[in-house]
Design a protein around this ligand. Structure first.
Ligand code: URA
Length: 430
């Protein structure tokens, strides 16, 4: 086959700040998928994009080309509206666990294809796999049956959805080209568009524990993704949310499941409940139920009923005891005062070093490893009061976790500024 373009020309054009045409972008993605464009050429192109950016039309072309690289699911025959949520990832972000059954408890189907954690942000599937028996891999038929019978499914995304993105994301991970708005937006949206949901709510995070520290960069990412969703006919809304400090009190896997179950039982930390309710309202509004009594379904047990059915449908036992850590160490306050700094990133890194996350995608995770916070930012503490407990299966892991946390948590005096990053939900972008 004679190729219509020369990849070196396309790399040069991007390197020099030019725009690629739609046929050029379509060809580049297709040729990369076919192995005609080599990994090192795609890396050079990704770095050129990282440095030069992309026009909105180029981002759209890249997204749709990645959608076209694989299969597209459809829920048209389901007979009820579908809605999904995607979070750009953060520390202690277990929101999908209570959110999917909560939204499904209103009769709306939630097809949630999730990933595993890489680096300091945990993965939803890793958390759920701490439930004995629970299985992430479902066939397309099992997925659809569960969506029809239970209404909520959280399962592993198969390699058939946007496979070009799978390869490009792995390449970006090892070439310093992850933190780039056009590439993040096209990566996330290609998978969500291929998944076939009718509507989508994006939780775009900013702050210490997020991909993008700066709220304005988060806003630009949110606007780019909302535009892509609209262009694909998927009703899309984004909330711009604060990830300066960890969400909730649990960071890990099994402990995050425990905290999610508390939320489903009508309790749980305030911030986790607030964000779960805010995202559920947006999802239900997109699915035609703007007045749903969302908090009522947490208090009334309807969301918990769906959770139990959702876990059982995938082989899990919702009543089984969760794994417990072999070793724990608690850190206490060395003086009295106010907690003025509790940044998410060092806690995410520490949890990862304790074994809750993985360094390479084939590594296993320790389900009981992680951190339980006993205090929240802004709390007043006394000398000797427990601040947080580290959990690991292997005690050799504690030293490096303590190192990550050294100096991270700061105790100040009354009146000192508290670095909490501001409100939990900063803005809504539609
Ligand atoms: N998640 C993705 O799926 N892709 C990115 O580029 C970043 C986060």
């Amino acid at each position: 086959m004679i190729e219509p373009f020369d990849v070196v020309d396309l790399i040069r054009a991007k390197r020099d700040g030019g725009e690629l045409t739609s046929p050029q972008i379509g060809w580049l993605v297709d040729a990369y998928t076919r192995g005609v464009v080599a990994e090192e050429q795609m890396s050079a192109w990704a770095m050129a994009v990282f440095l030069r950016g992309m026009a909105p039309r180029e981002i759209r072309d890249l997204t749709f080309a990645m959608v076209e690289s694989g299969e597209r699911m459809s829920f048209a025959g389901l007979g009820r509206p579908t809605t999904d949520k995607h979070s750009t990832g953060g520390v202690g972000d277990k929101i999908t666990l209570p959110l999917a059954p909560l939204v499904a408890s209103f009769g709306v189907a939630v097809p949630q294809l999730s990933g595993r954690g890489l680096g300091h942000t945990g993965g939803t599937l890793d958390k759920l796999e701490s439930i004995p028996g629970w299985r992430a891999r479902l066939s397309n038929e099992e997925f659809l049956d569960q969506l029809r019978d239970v209404g909520a499914v959280i399962a592993a995304a198969g390699s058939g959805l946007a496979p070009a993105d799978g390869r490009l994301y792995a390449l970006r991970d090892i070439t310093g080209t992850v933190e780039c708005i056009p590439l993040i937006a096209s990566s996330i949206m290609s998978k969500k568009i291929a998944e076939g949901t009718a509507s989508l709510v994006l939780d775009v995070k900013f702050g210490s524990g997020a991909f993008l520290r700066d709220p304005e960069a988060g806003r630009a990412l949110a606007e780019t993704m909302v535009r892509l969703g609209r262009d694909a006919g998927v009703g899309t809304v984004a909330l711009l949310t604060n990830m300066q400090t960890p969400l909730g009190r649990a960071i890990g896997n099994a402990n995050e499941v425990r905290e999610s179950v508390e939320v489903l039982a009508g309790g749980g930390p305030e911030d986790v409940v607030e964000l779960t309710v805010a995202l559920a309202r947006e999802m239900l509004a997109l699915a035609g139920q703007p007045d749903a009594d969302v908090a009522g379904h947490l208090r009334g047990g309807q969301a918990m009923d769906v959770w139990r059915r959702m876990i059982a449908a995938q082989g899990g036992d919702p009543d089984a005891p969760l794994p417990v850590p072999r070793e724990s160490e608690t850190v206490v306050a060395d003086r009295a005062g106010v907690l003025v700094d509790l940044p998410a990133l060092p806690f995410g890194i520490a949890a990862w070093r304790l074994g809750a996350g993985r360094a390479r995608k084939e590594d296993p995770v320790a389900h009981a490893a992680g951190i339980d916070l006993h205090v929240r930012i802004g709390d007043r503490v006394s000398a000797g009061q427990p601040l947080y407990t580290l959990h690991a299966d292997d005690p050799a892991r504690f030293a490096r976790a303590h190192e990550a946390l050294d100096g991270a948590l700061r105790i100040g005096a009354d009146g000192d500024p508290v670095h909490d990053g501001g409100p939990l939900v900063l803005d809504r972008i539609a």
